[in-house]
Design a protein around this ligand. Sequence first.
Ligand code: SF4
Length: 88
Amino acid sequence: MKEKRGADEYRRLNVAIEHHPPRCADDPRFIRDAIDYQPNELSELRAVCRRCPLYALCASYGKAAKPPAGVWAGSVYKPRRQAHEAAD
Ligand code: SF4
């Protein structure tokens, strides 16, 4: 059976989280539907992500899986037919 996109990246991210708590832990702003984020809010969240020790792993997962919800290393992945809004 074929694995979901980003499965390897997700495993690596989860291993790292055991040793390095993410900056977004317990922050509900990071777990909404992608279409709900406004540009000014994303700027604030990207500033949090830039200081996160998991940034590279989180970005790898986001790019591989393109989750339709949440912020991943400062990026959101909107559903198809909407532009991907990448981090600065
Ligand atoms: S880089 Fe990823 S894990 Fe870190 S704060 Fe941002 S969204 Fe959370």
